[in-house]
Design a protein around this ligand. Structure first.
Ligand SMILES: *Cc1c(COP(=O)(O)O)cnc(C)c1O
Length: 404
């Protein structure tokens, strides 16, 4: 298989003028892999800046309540900045430094990726420009505020739908114009080669930690690993180490949203088709003309029309199974996890949890499910308060404005 291809998926479908930049990146990445100093610095930052390894905790109360398989939770929410994303952003930030770049370019939809980039840029003393659609800026003000506090410049994108897709185009335009001093930091296992491979390689430490930690706790491999899938970086991170171990079943959970109608969810494998978008070949939710469709999910991180090419390949190979859960099921799982285990998950991670809650009672007490909780729920405060129609929270906001 030529590098950057996963079966028929992946590849590098970009304008001619970006090829040299991607080749430069690939060469730098390949050489960094062979450099023990690079690895040492990466692992040191993961330990001392990120907070790795994150805990793998036995969900005793839920396990007893459900009466089936043992449930373990990989608490990625305890990473610095609250989710798994910081891990691959540190890896790419180090690479940018190695390549002598002075400036990080990123695009963001919900703002979580922008926040992780702004954090890494501050840590490495680099300039950071984050492109964000005007509509998204209006919806995600808290993240914009934090990015600015971290010293990043958030540039509103005022054309198209004014959302993520337009921000991607603006970021690519900037990269083409400033390729000599700028690094384009992509946020998931998507995009043209080498991004999907590189991002997976930075994230694969999660599955390695899971395997070691579970060996200590249960002296066995997990029977199931369950992770939510937006672009797929937390899922590939949790799954990668188990790919050759066929007895471990790997389950990706997509956003079922409001229901099965087109545009109401982000279930790429049921509603989508194979296409080439944003530089790579994979499954996308698209209309007959190949235009990317709008998607919906209560969780911003899963609200994405595409999926990483390696996940598409592993789905076709039958190695990863895919399920979906609805907004409602995810919100219920959010509440269940918070009240039974004292962990407030990100709404993305609540999707993985929701599926595990359905799976556990069907299994024997000897079996073990590991749920990858990709992030913590702080960022979802406003969405959860709205979903649960918390009147007291709204009166708090009104009073807050009165005191302005
Ligand atoms: C961004 C995000 C996701 C989705 O991205 P993947 O690349 O699919 O992992 C999932 N969970 C959290 C907490 C996120 O912030």
């Amino acid at each position: 298989m030529p590098s950057g291809h996963f079966g028929k998926f992946g590849g590098r479908f970009v304008p001619e003028m970006l090829i040299p930049a991607l080749e430069e990146l690939e060469v730098a990445y390949e050489s960094s892999k062979k450099d023990p100093e690079f690895k040492k610095e990466f692992l040191d930052l993961l330990k001392n800046f990120c907070g790795r390894p994150t805990p793998l905790v036995f969900a005793k109360n839920l396990t007893e309540k459900l009466g089936g398989a043992k449930i373990y939770l990989k608490n990625e929410g305890l990473n610095h900045t609250g989710a798994h994303k910081i891990t691959h952003c540190i890896g790419q930030g180090l690479l940018a430094k190695r390549m002598g770049k002075k400036r990080i370019i990123a695009e963001t939809g919900a703002g979580q990726h922008g926040l992780a980039c702004a954090t890494v840029a501050a840590k490495f003393g680099m300039e950071c420009v984050v492109y964000m659609g005007e509509t998204d800026i209006a919806r995600q003000r808290p993240n914009v505020f934090w990015m600015e506090q971290l010293g990043a410049k958030v540039v509103p994108v005022e054309y198209g739908n004014k959302t993520l897709k337009d921000a991607v185009n603006a970021a690519l335009k900037d990269w083409i114009e400033n390729v000599s001093d700028s690094y384009y930091l992509l946020g998931s296992v998507v995009g043209p080669h080498p991004y999907p491979t590189m991002t997976r390689d930075f994230q694969k430490i999660v599955g390695e930690e899971i395997q070691n930690q579970l060996k200590g706790a249960e002296k066995k491999l997990p029977d199931y690993v369950v992770a939510c899938v937006g672009g797929g970086s937390n899922a590939m991170g949790a799954f990668n180490n188990f790919l050759p171990l066929k007895q471990v079943r790997l389950i990706g959970v997509e956003a079922g949203g409001r229901g099965t109608k087109k545009g109401d969810n982000a279930v790429r494998f049921k509603g989508g088709s194979v296409g080439v978008v944003e530089g790579f070949k994979s499954y996308f939710l698209q209309d007959e003309d190949g235009q990317v469709m709008n998607t919906h999910s209560v969780s911003a991180g899963l609200d994405y029309a595409g999926i990483g090419p390696e996940l598409a390949f592993l789905k076709e190979e039958g190695r990863i199974e895919f399920e979906s859960v609805t907004d409602k099921e995810a919100l219920d799982a959010f509440k269940t996890l918070a009240s039974f285990e004292g962990i407030i998950p990100a709404l993305e991670s609540a999707h993985a949890m929701a599926y595990a809650l359905k799976l556990a009672p069907k299994l024997s007490k000897k079996e073990v499910i590991v749920v990858n909780l990709s992030g913590r729920g702080d960022k979802d405060l406003f969405i959860v308060a709205e979903a649960f129609k918390d009147k007291n929270f709204y009166s708090f906001l009104k009073d807050f404005l009165k005191n302005e």
